[in-house]
Design a binder for this molecule. Structure first.
Ligand SMILES: N[C@@H](CCC(=O)N[C@@H](CS)C(=O)NCC(=O)O)C(=O)O
Length: 231
């Protein structure tokens, strides 16, 4: 029913986690971003930003033509509304989840992505850039840790806000963070890590991408410094 355009990155894992949690039938369409498959015209037609993840729902509510969605936060919201799961329907509960989902999309994801870039991928180490993003990561981890000090999940019951944040925290060592410094975040992280659906999502990733971890020089050339796409 759902085609998932996916690669094995934090933003990709968000959606396999949701789909595994709900057991919604889906087909993975791998988009190997290290090989430039995100620039294929068929993919750009549904994801004009040349980024995974994206979905096509062939059986949208109310029928009609398939609906495609790009941006992981929008996809999580779409799927939560479709299934009626992991996003409360009452005003207060929904607002709580949505603000943390937006926090992840606007802050946690992009800042930790920059952290990965400057800390792990750039040959020339730029101390100012590394410090800026490692510190910002630490700040954001602190926000999450405080938030989780008196509650089990980020916003009410386990929700799409948790699914959006979790895959980014998986990579804490690569971001120069020690979860022992964030005890509430660590407890939350281990709770989610143990969920069957989360285990399945990460097991699926290993079957989709069998390359050794790390980024090839070819992938770096494709992913970094893209500039405007030629027509
Ligand atoms: N805000 C977007 C970010 C998506 C994103 O950055 N995807 C990366 C992988 S995690 C990608 O597809 N990169 C391909 C490229 O840079 O060309 C979302 O959350 O969906």
């Amino acid at each position: 029913m759902i085609d998932l355009y996916y690669w094995t990155t934090p933003n990709g894992h968000k959606i396999t986690i949701f789909l595994e949690e709900t057991r919604l039938p889906y087909t993975i369409k791998p988009v190997n971003i290290g090989k430039g498959e995100q620039f294929a015209p068929e993919f750009l037609a549904i994801s004009p930003n040349n980024r995974i993840p994206a979905i096509v729902d062939h059986e949208p509510a109310g029928g009609g033509k398939p609906i495609s969605v790009f941006e992981s936060g929008a996809i999580l919201q779409y799927l939560a509304e479709k299934t009626g799961k992991f996003l409360p329907s009452d005003l207060r509960g929904r607002t709580e989840v949505m603000q943390w989902l937006f926090w992840q999309m606007g802050g946690l994801g992009p800042m930790l992505g920059q952290n990965h870039h400057f800390r792990n991928y750039v040959g020339e180490k730029i101390p100012y850039a590394i410090e800026r993003y490692v510190k910002e990561t630490e700040r954001l981890y602190g926000v999450l840790d405080e938030r989780l000090a008196d509650r089990e999940f980020v916003a009410g019951a386990y929700s799409i806000a948790d699914m959006a944040c979790y895959p980014w925290i998986v990579l804490h060592e690569r971001q120069g963070q020690n979860l022992d410094d964030f005890p509430s975040l660590k407890r939350w992280f281990e709770t989610i890590q143990r969920r069957d659906a989360v285990e399945r999502a990460y097991a699926i990733a290993k079957t989709v991408n069998t390359a050794p971890p790390g980024m090839t020089e070819e992938a770096k050339k494709i992913l970094f410094g893209q500039g405007r796409r030629s027509k």
